[in-house]
Design a protein around this ligand. Structure first.
Ligand code: UD1
Ligand code: CA
Length: 451
């Protein structure tokens, strides 16, 4: 199996190589490699070139072999780089790194045709054929060749059947055809698609498989097509969620860029974005505007509107938001409340602890039933290093208190409002660290001098 992924993708007008452009949260090429794996081929050869190292580095763990195409002289030239690595008696299936939504079933059929000595060719009739190669048939309706849009006559441009670029053939034959390619065309490139005409001229059966649903074979050349495929992915993902029992208030206003695992009776309000790997327990309710990335949310927990969760693990029956930000490596226990304008980072909050208003909790280990008072700030950063804070069970921090880390607050301790604590706060006591209130009896308010 050969995947062509060396092109620059000029039409993307981006610094990122085309095959790394994200679709549903993953690079285009990742989708194609997944499809390839589903067919369990003997080997997967990925032809890379433009942004070569960057492309390889994006797939550190993939079980694929990389083939370098140093100069991008066309899809045929790209295939030429890979085929020497394929034994003559194998069947080669060629996939394009920018055609990411293909299912395994039609590809299986192509491979069987290739194994039978034919050229299996995947075609489609898209709504808008612009940009695709057109399939030219002879008087008796048999495939004669494929012509690129830029080389096509007006009559050929009117043809609606298009080439998906995907084909399968016996390796020995494909190698022969590739060796005969010429670049005397509008783009000065070696076209893989010219092997179709060569096969016909040698009397090899060219067997077109027409896709019932052209959406599967849509290619991504520019941002318009990328957005179109994104909406296809979004629709599929939301459909799958709803079929699996998730209540989605408006299927057009939710984005799934990754995977969502979930229990029963999950409710998702509008404009929610899921990214990466998300796990939602049963009975989870997600308010409008939440962004949830790589996080786990326990049973019956409610996220109020506009929360941002990233790398968080939240226990059962917790209440988060509105307007809370929970950052990576945070663990919130069951029954925790994190409220309005509260940011939590790299911290744990034990069972039933609360930080309800306007706080920052960073690098802290907070016990159970702790009340983090409104406006409490954990000063975890001295300008050079971060320090840890430990707050034991049942402690209360007063409103507008500052805890300068590293610091420990004892069990059941109370910190008075407005305190800045820099030393250990003893258990069970009230600690006050602020100027004492005093009233000047003799003071008089100044009055304006007469003019
Ligand atoms: C190609 C087909 C066209 C088909 C369309 C389907 C050719 C000549 N044309 O056109 O018939 O309708 O796909 O989507 O094949 N690539 C390389 N090396 C290169 C050039 C391209 O690896 O030198 C890779 C690209 O990264 C891309 C794929 O091949 O993944 C297709 O190249 P692209 O330039 O997008 O071809 P299209 O113009 O879309
Ligand atoms: Ca393309």
């Amino acid at each position: 199996m050969v995947i062509l992924a060396a092109g620059e993708g000029k039409r993307m007008k981006s610094r990122l190589p085309k095959v790394l452009q994200p679709l549903a949260g993953r690079p285009l090429l990742a989708h194609v490699i997944d499809t390839a794996h589903r067919l369990s081929p003997q080997r997967i050869l990925v032809v890379h070139g433009h942004g070569g190292e960057q492309v390889r580095a994006a797939f550190p763990e993939e079980r694929v072999s990389w083939v370098l195409q140093e100069r991008q002289l066309g899809t045929g030239h790209a295939a030429q780089q890979a085929v020497p690595r394929v034994p003559d008696d194998d069947t080669v299936l060629v996939l394009y790194g920018d055609v990411p939504l293909l299912g395994a079933e039609p590809l299986d059929r192509l491979v069987r045709m290739g194994a039978a000595g034919e050229l299996g060719l995947l075609t489609m009739v898209p709504e808008d054929p612009a940009g695709y190669g057109r399939i030219v048939r002879d008087a008796s309706g048999r495939v004669a060749r494929s012509v690129e849009q830029k080389d096509a006559t007006p009559e050929e441009l009117a043809i609606r059947e298009c080439n998906t670029g995907v084909l399968a053939a016996p390796a020995r034959r494909l190698k022969g055809w590739l060796a005969q390619l010429r670049n005397d065309n509008a783009q000065g490139e070696y076209y893989l698609t010219d092997v179709i005409g060569l096969a016909v001229s040698q009397g090899v059966v060219v067997n077109p498989v027409s896709l019932a649903d052209p959406i599967e074979a849509l290619g991504v050349n520019d941002k318009v097509q990328l957005a179109r495929l994104e909406s296809v992915c979004r629709r599929r993902a939301v459909q799958a969620l709803m079929t699996a029992g998730v209540t989605v208030v408006d299927p057009a206003r939710i984005d799934v860029r990754g995977s969502v695992m979930h229990g029963q009776d999950v409710f998702v309000d509008i404009n929610v974005v899921f990214e990466g790997r998300v796990k939602l327990g049963s009975g989870v309710r997600i308010g409008p505007g939440c962004v949830i990335r790589d996080s786990e949310v326990g049973d019956d927990t409610e996220l109020f509107p506009y929360c941002v969760l990233d790398g968080a693990v939240i226990g059962a029956a917790a209440r988060i938001g509105p307007f809370s930000r929970v950052r990576p490596t945070t663990e919130l226990g069951p029954g925790v409340h994190v409220g309005n304008f509260v940011e939590v980072k790299n911290s744990t909050l034990g069972r039933d602890s609360k930080a309800n208003h306007l706080s920052y909790v960073g690098d802290a280990q907070v016990g159970a039933r702790v009340n983090v008072g409104a406006g409490t700030i954990i000063a975890n950063y001295d300008g050079a290093n971060k320090h840890r804070t430990v707050i034991h069970d049942d402690a209360h921090t007063g409103s507008n208190s500052v805890l300068v880390a590293p610091i420990t607050v004892g069990e059941g301790a109370t910190i008075a409002a407005g305190s800045t604590v820099v030393h250990e706060v003893p258990a069970g006591k009230l600690t006050i660290a602020r100027a004492r209130q005093s009233t000047l009896q003799s003071w008089q308010r100044p009055v304006k001098k007469p003019k």
